[in-house]
Ligand binder design. Structure first.
Ligand code: FES
Ligand code: MG
Length: 560
């Protein structure tokens, strides 16, 4: 076994012999002897943090991975990385994905390791680590902490966070009282693990399997299951083999692997955030994915997985039904067989070996009897967003798919918070809610695109309206919500020029979203336009605002 080990990437003291000598002295201080130093070094990126509550059980998973590494003859070296807690970080986790990607890439690149295990799970951690590994291009294998189990309230199963949103809407509409919503609150996240609907975390876990960057079944095994620990051990063992074989992400993450991922994304009706993340990861490898590529995949592939928010169940159910291997088997005619997976076999060889469990087709439907028809995700074009926008049609209301209404414009999140529930604003159910200055360059693209229904309309029973923004929406959310509009208002997109009362027309079937205001009038408004927000003046936020690209390019920094 010759993998370089701790002699890789010597620290620069100008004398290689001395560098090695010094390094060995300090490794000896950590208890490593000559036998240890002869083994492949497996770095383990540890994203545990008290703030990232869904990573609560990561220490146990880390131990399992370490055991696997040791069993296979490697030396496990965990290193802590930045963690990004989806719910506890202000203003939005997305502002930090690229920072974490840079940080992890530099740790992988600067420190001696022959392969790396990427432990993650929460929404931004998995894409950040994949972006890092794609750029560093050393042997890498991903492992998520796995989804939570579901909770229970008065006999009803609950889970984070599609049910969080639905029940909060009920509370705002007066259907639930203070005590009831407080009871609900303790049942939404009942165990360790990531949000167990098909939100971004679950989506990325599933997508990892389709990409071939994690072991089979590792996308869906519950966080609290013993299988999760066994996957940890197996991942550790495999990481040593990857180090020896020198199998790199660039050999796994090919255009065809991304095409398989787009097919899987459509079949799970995955989070719209995955579009941005996959685009960013692919671009790190020089592969260009467009919203029209995602649209095309979605037109070919119906929704097969019955998970919220598009369906009715949860990730642990999907796992019992065979998880991603069962789904990929159903999708077999649509998949490329040639991509190599991190476990060793090609996708084709894996497919040949899989037999989904009996009865799985209730949860994971066959291609011929889908949960929802193809077209779950639609790319929109037109005058409001010249570079496109998207809508998750599978989570939208059928009666709003073709709609024309008057714009009610909010300039910022503060403006929204201030005026949204004020009946004096006089919003009507047929109006189109427009929220701008929440794009990547403005404030890092928060998940505020699913604009709440004004309280006074919610109380009248209005549950959905057409909502438009340059931001994102949580993968756990639903509604007729148009997202990722490019170019965003903050970089001068037409969205910046919309005024109250302008007519906006949506036609999902025709893939059109039009701002029905004449070119001359828009030019007049453009001449008068004053940007409402001052860009950040220092630190990461300044670098981010200056160099972030639009959503359609993955919202990565332009120099990465
Ligand atoms: Fe981490 Fe939902 S908060 S996955
Ligand atoms: Mg999320």
């Amino acid at each position: 076994m010759s993998t370089g080990g701790f002699d890789r990437k010597l620290t620069s003291y100008g004398d290689a012999g001395f560098s090695k000598f010094l390094r060995r002295a300090f490794l000896a201080s950590a208890g490593l002897d000559a036998v240890d130093l002869s083994k492949p070094v497996i770095g383990i990126a540890n994203t545990a943090s008290d703030y990232t509550t869904c990573h609560r059980d990561m220490p146990a998973l880390l131990d399992a991975v370490k055991r696997g590494v040791l069993e296979a003859g490697g030396i496990p070296f965990q290193f802590t990385t930045m963690s990004i807690p989806e719910i506890l970080v202000n203003p939005t986790s997305m502002l930090f994905r690229n920072l974490m990607a840079m940080e992890v890439e530099e740790q992988i690149t600067a420190q001696p390791m022959d392969a790396v295990v990427l432990l993650g799970g929460c929404d931004k951690t998995v894409p950040a680590e994949l972006m890092a590994a794609a750029s560093a291009d050393i042997p890498a294998i991903s492992l998520v902490v796995g989804p939570m189990m579901t909770g229970n309230w008065r006999g009803e199963r609950l889970g984070a966070c599609t049910d969080c949103r639905r029940l909060w809407t009920d509370y705002r509409g007066g259907v639930l009282d203070e005590d009831e919503i407080a009871e609900v609150n303790t049942e939404l996240c009942p165990t360790a693990g990531t949000c167990m609907v098909m939100g971004t975390a679950s989506t990325m876990g599933c997508v990892l399997e389709a990409l071939g960057m994690t072991l089979p079944r590792a996308g869906t095994a519950p966080a609290v299951s013993s299988e999760r620990l066994r996957l940890g051990v197996a991942t550790g063992r495999r990481a040593v083999e990857l180090a020896v074989a020198d199998l790199r992400p660039s050999e796994i993450l090919t255009r065809e692997a991304f095409e398989n991922a787009m097919v899987a994304l459509a079949a799970i009706s995955g989070s719209t955030n995955a579009i941005i993340h996959l685009t960013a990861i692919a671009r790190r490898l020089g592969i260009e994915l467009t919203i029209d590529d995602f649209h095309a995949a979605s037109q070919r592939v119906p929704v097969l997985v019955d998970a919220k928010p598009a369906g009715s169940r949860y990730l642990p159910d999907m796992h019992i039904a065979g998880g991603m291997p069962a789904l990929l088997k159903e999708l077999e005619p649509l998949l490329h067989r040639s991509p190599v997976t991190v476990g060793g076999p090609t996708m084709g060889e894996l497919l040949d070996g899989w037999a989904p469990p009996a009865g799985h087709q209730d949860m994971i439907r066959p291609l011929g009897e889908p949960l929802k028809p193809a077209g779950a995700l639609v790319a929109l074009h037109g005058s409001l967003f010249p570079d496109g926008a998207i809508i998750k049609a599978a989570a939208a209301s059928p009666h709003l798919m073709s709609h024309r209404g008057k714009a009610v414009v909010f300039d910022s999140l503060d403006d929204l918070a201030e005026r949204m529930d004020d009946p004096a604003v006089g919003i009507e159910p047929d109006d189109v809610l427009v929220l701008r200055n929440i794009g990547p360059a403005a404030i890092g693209m928060p998940e505020a695109g699913a604009i709440p229904i004004p309280r006074y309309l919610a109380e009248q029973g209005v549950r959905d309206m057409v909502r438009i923004s340059d931001g994102r929406m949580s993968g756990t959310a639903y509604g007729t919500v148009i997202l990722h509009g490019s170019p965003e208002a903050a970089v001068g997109g037409p969205l910046a020029l919309v005024r109250d009362g302008d007519i906006i027309e949506l036609d999902v079937k025709a893939q059109r979203l039009e701002l029905l205001v004449g070119e001359e009038e828009l030019e007049r408004r453009r001449a008068e336009y004053v940007p409402p927000v001052r860009p950040p003046q220092r630190g990461w936020r300044r670098l981010y605002a200056e160099r972030v690209q639009q959503a359609r390019l993955g919202a990565d920094l332009d120099f990465l």
